[in-house]
Design a binder for this molecule. Structure first.
Ligand code: NDP
Ligand code: GDR
Length: 362
């Protein structure tokens, strides 16, 4: 039997990296789309890289962009995928307020471009399509917990763009009989989560504070609540959704909710830093009289419209697909802290030898 062919947009991102590895393990031939960058941007998938001069390669990267139909049509025609996973997006909610038009172009129209490419190339009945939809669609929540039937109320340019992508996926499924579906995924994190999302920002900063590489952690809304899972668990679900008899949309979540403050406390306990929440009485470096780091609130991280609380109900996924998350919140925090401590130790060593270590925290 010939191997199935998968095409992943956003293969250089957190989910793309986990999914590529997962599909290669399943025996797939995997193709990924990466965009041109002035620096290497393949850190997360370098362990999967195969020399382009080697024959029988099972992992291939193509240059393309979600804002460029011509590249998408060319790649899909060349690859002839059985399954397309559309994970590429400007995925940062706060950044979407600063770049709303670009976010709409890549996140909303990007999904349309792929679906149209499939139609133009006559692949709409042959290839299956997965859209990376999001719990941000629920935004100002209308019902708790949120499930597939909960009404949407997006609260950011990112969420509004993803709302378009959600509905265009449903529309192409209904209009053209395509196997196209939405995974409505709640927040999922990992040691390779982007450094500016709150969980990774916290574990990275606390690890660096512990080793004396950073003084303080500046955060926005500490009371915001999220349903945080592990990306590795959620990837399997993306694949499962494309293996069913008929295409359907699913909510993927753990069903457990914590606040940003809870996350800081859990990461602090894991790392051995006691976090002081008073936010006052600190010296110029952000430490209190006992030498404890204070997490400081910086209004620059507040969003014009915030999503205060999200909690998912993944009953449908459990009943129809037999899916349940494997990693607990405590295990997720412990794994992220462990990996960020290793990275901080590396930076400490670099600094000790007189070289400039990475010194950015936003
Ligand atoms: P990341 O931000 O880690 O990865 C996004 C990927 O998209 C990167 O590979 C990025 O490339 C690529 N990308 C961005 N813009 C373009 C563009 N114009 N053309 C081509 N590629 C582009 O996101 P995640 O892996 O965390 O998330 C994957 C998807 O799932 C996203 O669509 C996100 O919105 C969605 N999602 C994520 C959730 C989460 O909690 N992680 C929850 C629900 C939905 P580069 O590496 O060059 O930046
Ligand atoms: P989110 O993730 O917006 O839910 O989107 P993020 O980690 O950015 O924010 C979660 C919550 O934490 C609050 N917060 C901060 N956030 C960041 N980034 N930085 C801070 O300093 C900070 N302080 C407090 C935020 O206000 C928010 O309430 C993620 C992305 O992966 C999306 O692509 C995806 O669709 C959703 O998850 C589900």
């Amino acid at each position: 039997m010939t191997a199935k062919i998968a095409l992943i947009t956003g293969v250089t991102g957190q989910d793309g990296a986990y999914l590529a590895e997962f599909l290669l393990d399943k025996g797939y031939e995997v193709h990924g789309i990466k965009r041109r960058s002035s620096l290497f941007n393949t850190d997360r998938i370098d362990h999967l890289y195969q020399d382009p001069h080697v024959s029988n390669r099972r992992f291939t990267l193509h240059h393309g962009d979600m804002t460029d139909s011509s590249s998408l049509v060319r790649i899909i025609q060349q690859v002839q995928p059985d399954e397309i996973y559309n994970l590429a997006a400007q995925s940062h909610v706060a950044v979407s307020f600063e770049e709303p038009e670009y976010t709409a172009n890549s996140d909303a129209l990007g999904a349309l471009r792929i679906l149209e490419a499939m139609r133009i190339l006559g692949m709409e009945k042959r290839a299956r399509f997965y859209q990376a939809s999001t719990s941000e669609l629920f935004g100002l929540v209308q019902e708790t917990p949120q499930k597939e039937t909960t009404p949407f109320y997006p609260r950011s340019p990112y969420a509004v763009a993803k709302l378009y992508a959600y509905w265009i996926t449903v529309n192409y499924r209904e209009a053209y009989g395509m196997y196209a579906c939405n995974g409505i995924l709640f927040n999922h994190e990992s040691p390779i989560r982007g450094e500016t999302f709150v969980t990774r920002k916290i574990t990275r900063a606390l690890a660096r504070i512990k080793l004396g590489l950073q003084d303080c952690l500046f955060l926005g809304n500490l009371d915001s609540k999220r349903d945080w899972g592990h990306a590795r668990d959620y990837i399997e679900m993306q694949w499962l959704m494309l293996q069913q008899e008929k295409p359907e949309d699913f909510v993927i979540a753990t069903g457990v909710q914590y606040s940003v403050r809870d996350f800081v406390n859990a990461a602090g306990a894991e790392i051995g830093i006691s976090v002081d929440w008073r936010g006052s009485g600190v010296d110029e470096k952000g430490y209190d009289a006992q030498g404890n780091c204070i997490v400081q609130v910086d209004p620059r991280y507040f969003r014009p419209t915030e999503v205060e609380t999200l909690l998912g109900d993944a009953t449908k996924a459990r009943e129809k697909l037999g899916w349940t998350p494997r990693t607990t919140f405590a295990e997720l925090v412990a794994e992220m802290v462990r990996e960020d401590l290793i990275a901080a130790e590396r930076d400490e060593l670099v600094k000790k030898h007189g070289y400039k270590a990475m010194d950015r925290h936003e």
